[in-house]
Design a protein around this ligand. Structure first.
Ligand SMILES: NC(=O)c1ccc[n+]([C@@H]2O[C@H](COP(=O)([O-])OP(=O)(O)OC[C@H]3O[C@@H](n4cnc5c(N)ncnc54)[C@H](OP(=O)(O)O)[C@@H]3O)[C@@H](O)[C@H]2O)c1
Length: 385
């Protein structure tokens, strides 16, 4: 079932555009009286921070819709593998730690052979047992060099094709949307926004395109992208300074690219099926120290010497990630998708039991989606509205 079909079967629909293109306040009022409050959403806890963490209905003028977020959670509690993965070959970018490494380990436990990547395989502490090749997706020369390096690797030579490509490696991007002095507009702001887009979006497009000829061209063939729950979050109702717009925009672009690629390949009769996994907050080093890309000057500890607002936002994000779900949960989500004969296009990696981490102000995602829906030109409403 596609995501659209799934939504329809759950009784929600996307409203048709209003032909007069004007807000209908009478209808709107009637709808408001019929709205059920969204369960589990804390009212009015708007924190005017850089991240929007804690922003809620208050941010959208107290408006609540008769919709609630109903994510397609993976890993599923009941899962029947439809594909035997033993002996398949997976290539996983960004497999040196975190989600990529956990996914490699989960696939290896299913009998998959893995070739991973790192920007610096020799420098990976606690190196994994699977082979690692150098790759920096933000650097087109590195992407170009990776293809022949992979094709000549003994594990690839033995198998002859990639069965599963996981485009996972990336970095967080932080920095105020309006550059703060003494930020250098060209060298800090523009250059690092560009690096961010290449790291999170364009690099994966380059790599995927370059690897398509090496993908299995018959029977089983999969490409899966690590997107982000944040790719569904546009920030339109967040009050306060935004510091995450590049990361969220680039992740949304990546998910849209993946979905287009899937429909294009399916339409052309290719066996390659493309999916995205959007993790909620996961406990990794994504936001630690100098791991992220910063669009304004930062000190060696990954903090600003002049911007307390950015530092407050960073602290919130770091606390949120520290309280996040284990990376192994995302690894299990990847495995389940890989084991489906007809994988879903898009899933969220989170635990139904602990949908968001319980501490550290992590109650950020669901209220924000609902608020954004309330101000959307294409809102989701209940089918009887
Ligand atoms: N943690 C979360 O809450 C969360 C939530 C949603 C989505 N995600 C996504 O999950 C993916 C993995 O992140 P993580 O949380 O596991 O963070 P992480 O622990 O920092 O791992 C990031 C991985 O990406 C690799 N990498 C970084 N820059 C790269 C580049 N330019 N080219 C190729 N590889 C690169 C790193 O390898 P080297 O440093 O060895 O090169 C590392 O293996 C990312 O796409 C991230 O956006 C994470």
């Amino acid at each position: 079932m596609t995501d659209t079909e799934n939504r329809k079967s759950k009784g929600a629909k996307v409203s048709a555009p209003d032909s007069a293109n004007e807000p209908d306040s009478a209808n709107e009022k009637e709808r408001v009286t019929r709205r059920k409050l969204v369960t589990g959403v804390a009212a009015g806890a708007a924190a005017t921070t850089l991240t929007g963490v804690g922003a809620s209905a208050e941010a959208s003028g107290g408006r609540r819709r008769s919709v609630k977020v109903k994510p397609v959670y993976f890993p599923r509690r009941r899962h029947m593998p439809e594909v035997n993965l033993i002996g398949k070959l997976a290539v996983i970018t960004g497999a040196s730690r975190g989600i990529g490494r956990a996914t490699a380990e989960a696939l290896i436990a299913k009998g998959v052979r893995v070739i991973g990547t790192s920007r610096n395989p020799a420098g990976v502490p606690n190196p994994p047992a699977f082979p690692m090749l150098p790759l920096d997706v933000a650097d087109s020369a590195s992407v170009a060099a990776f293809v022949p390096a992979l094709a000549s690797h003994p594990t690839f030579q033995q198998h002859g094709q990639i069965d599963i490509l996981i485009n996972n490696g990336a970095r967080f991007i932080f920095g105020q949307i309006i550059p703060q002095p003494p930020t250098d507009f060209v060298n800090d702001y523009l250059a690092n926004r560009d690096l961010g887009v290449r790291t999170v979006y364009t690099g994966h497009v380059m790599l995927t395109t370059a690897l398509l000829p090496l993908m299995a061209q018959a029977n089983y063939s999969r490409i899966i992208f690590t997107a982000s729950a944040a790719s569904y979050w546009n920030g339109s109702t967040v009050f306060g300074q935004s510091g995450l717009d590049v990361y969220y925009s680039a992740k949304a672009a990546l998910r849209i690219y993946a979905n287009h690629l899937d429909t294009t390949l399916r339409g052309a009769g290719s066996p390659i099926k493309v999916s995205t996994v959007s993790p909620y907050t996961i406990n990794t080093g994504l936001a630690d120290g100098l791991n992220p890309i910063y669009t304004q000057p930062m000190n060696a500890q990954g903090l600003s010497d002049f911007d307390p607002i950015l530092n407050a936002g960073l602290e919130q994000v770091r606390a949120s990630i520290a309280n996040g779900l284990p990376a192994s949960l995302v690894g299990d989500a990847f495995v389940q998708l890989a084991e489906m004969a007809d994988p879903r296009q898009n899933v969220v990696a989170a635990s139904r039991r602990r949908r968001l981490a319980e501490a550290g102000g992590n109650e950020l995602i669901e209220p924000q989606y609902v608020d954004e829906n309330a101000v959307s030109a294409m809102p989701l409403v209940a089918a009887d509205d």
